[in-house]
Ligand binder design. Structure first.
Ligand code: BG6
Ligand code: MG
Length: 224
């Protein structure tokens, strides 16, 4: 017999809104200033991981890991964040990605819970700009957790705060590290993006406009 579905837990950047693109542009600008090449393919490795872990990966890629003191690394990360914040300042409720609001409404109408699991320190501001904060029963961000994705801590924390078992949850992610985090937490994973990058997900949609509550539920029931 399949488990009942009780909650959906969403990633923010690249799932609820297009801010993943802003992280990409801000990191690319910083990397180029440091003479480190930066491609979209490499950027996939940064999606879902924390700011400092991302900076370390960029410096390692450029062979510059030992060129900076901790203080200098902190100011590089701050510089990237200032750039990122100029992008997110312009976010309005019109920037919720297609398909997300109808899906949230459907989840809510079935009496299920809704959580957010984002490792971004800017998550609360982005959610407020989108005017979505009130739509979520719990928001778990960098302030609540100690380990970034791909560790399962963030999805497990969201489930615990929602008072549901991980096996009763569906996680939605656009990043490979995020899908690993969902699967590590023992949840059903919906990936949004390329099937190649998100191969570990249980169900993959090329973009958010294709998300279908009925289809996700049917797959969840089949596999659990
Ligand atoms: C994640 C993004 O949601 O948040 C990553 O996918 C980003 O790209 C991470 O590095 C941390 O974000 P912030 O806003 O704290 O720098
Ligand atoms: Mg994301």
């Amino acid at each position: 017999m399949s488990k009942p579905l009780k909650a959906f837990i969403f990633d923010l950047d690249g799932v609820i809104t297009e801010s993943a693109e802003y992280h990409y542009l801000a990191w690319k600008a910083l990397a180029e200033e440091l003479d480190i090449s930066f491609t979209r393919e490499f950027n996939e490795e940064l999606k879902g991981i924390s700011r400092m872990d991302s900076l370390d990966k960029i410096l390692t890629r450029g062979g510059r890991m030992n060129d900076f003191t901790q203080e200098e690394k902190d100011s590089l990360a701050t510089k990237k964040n200032e750039h990122y914040r100029t992008f997110i300042k312009k976010i309005t409720p019109d920037d919720v990605l297609p398909g997300i609001e109808p899906l949230l409404a459907e989840i809510r109408s079935r009496g299920l819970k809704i959580g957010l699991a984002s490792v971004s320190k800017n998550a609360a501001d982005v959610m407020n700009s989108l005017r979505l904060t009130e739509e979520f029963d719990v928001i778990v961000d960098a302030a609540t957790i100690s380990k970034s994705k791909p560790d399962p801590e963030i999805f497990l924390t969201a489930a615990r705060l929602l008072n549901v078992a991980p096996s009763e949850c569906i996680g939605v992610e656009d990043a490979a590290a995020g899908v690993t985090s969902i699967k590590g937490a023992g949840m059903f994973a919906v990936g949004v993006g390329s099937a190649e990058t998100l191969a570990e997900a249980d169900l993959i949609y090329a973009n958010t406009s294709l998300l279908s509550y009925e289809e996700i539920l049917a797959e969840f029931e089949k596999r659990t």
